[in-house]
Design a protein. Sequence first.
Length: 629
Amino acid sequence: MDCGGIALHFQLDGFRAIYGCIAGFLWLVTAVFSPEYFAHATNRNRYRLFNLLTFGAVMGVFFSADFRTTFLFFEVMSITSYAMVAHDESPAALRAAETYLAVAIIGGLAMLTGMLLLQQRAGTLEFAKLYEICASRPDKSPFYLPGALMLVGFGAKAGMYPLHIWLPKAHPVAPAPASALLSGILTKTGVFGVAAVSCNIFMHDYIWGVALLVPAVITMVLGAVLGVFSNDLKRTLACSSVSQIGFIITGVAMQTLLGEHNALAVRGTLLHMLNHSLLKLVLFVAAGVVYINMHELELNKIRGFGRGKPLFLFVFLMGALGICGVPLWSGYISKTLLHESIIEAIHLYHGSPIEFLLRLSDAAFLFAGGLTVAYMTKLFVALFLERGETTEKRQRYVSYPSATALAVSAALLPLLGCFTAGMDALADWGQGFFHGHAPDHAVHYFEWANLKGAVISAAVGAAVYFLVVRGLLMRRKEGCANTKIYVALWPEWLDLENLVYRQLLRSLIWGAASFARVAAALPDVLAGSLTCMTIFFARAVSSLPDALAGWLTWAAIFLARVATSLPDALTRLILFTVLRTRRTPYVPEYRHPKSAEAPAMMRHFSVDLLLVGTGICIALLYIFGQTMR
């Protein structure tokens, strides 16, 4: 497809068909729930518009056949989904949206630079041709830099450490339907890119596999730890998304390390992507049901909400059991495959330097699974077993269309977990995208060798829940000796965004401002030097005939005056054109009820667009530099 000179390439295969259907299903369910959720909200039409634009961009990413097409729709998706995160326009929402878009833009710039380098070194950006070219070149070192830059861009959207910072902040402030889409689908576009880079360029590459495994394992454990310490329902689910993305990217790393023996890793990665999308759809929409009834998400304020609500109990329990990897639920199938791929890698690299790293990854896998059990138990106990401060009864807490959509979505989780043949068929259909193949032997999911991992994680989860959650993260409420409340012990200062990234950006801004001041002073210095030179020149020619000397002196003085006035003239030109300010602010004819907050969103959005423009300029400078070589 050629659009105005820009060739867009699309492809349909098993994996793309599966994720096209998954994306459509998630958008359908959230669309059914949205009218009830936004019944009393403002800016509903704006949300619908950007929701549909995001859907189109997501489909463009999943059906893309080269990195150029992927990048185009990826950037469109980042801009349109910004409005979904900032929808409420509260200070917290605007700050989270600012972080989200800043990470997306910085990642996009890194991705663009990596694409330009890859195009130069491989001669193509098409997935199929890249696989053929790179498979014939044992030495992958020329592709490490472009691959790393593209990994930054895709990993940022996926929520991979250390660019996961937007996920725990965007989900709590975004509307629940948007959170379900952000976690269920938008993070998978990042995983799509990570898999496209790893499986088409670095398949069977030892160094890339190790480099990808380390941040994947950190992401897996860190997200689970943050989930245990969180006391907010949606924030806990957001931290859970970070952890589950770590599981998925661990599977991608195993594909690279295992080479020809990567069948289980391929199938585990694909199925856990699918499972996580469905699981987070159910859990985030369930969190939306809590919010529209309680207008709160903090555990101490929503405790006991699920008591006496059998449908809500069924929905939440299906999602919790699935994400914990309990046998007979879909999450168990994919986690078993991922765990078995790590065991295969340990046997394959027995005695090599990375055996210790692989064994550590295996322990981290089981430990992160145990932490998942701990924080989901924490949520379940708070919602269904503990009693809240209010005993108010609500006869109808969710509409019939929303209840039907939730029940159908939740019922899919045990259905897929029980019929393992259906999961295997999906894996057979979609493994071509990862260049996978059928396993050499059938996987017996319910043998003790595979069940043992789930049992170990459950035991770790029980220990963490009773020792850490009940013992450390709960305190007796003042004035009520029999009631315990959840306390937040995670230090507020231990925030990677505020501790590192914003400080780094401030340093960069200070450095840029200092450079700009030096550059601004240069014209005056140059003008003064030019004046001295011209006066010296005028004196030197004073011995010439009077007429010639007078003309040269007049010309030199004129040039000196022009050079001296140039900085002021240029400054005034910029002030009265680009930076011109209005004496009276422009007031639109219509302003919605939250007009006091609307300008804040526009100001944040304009700053981010300036970042986009800066990035485009940097990219163009790079292109010109490459062209001039």
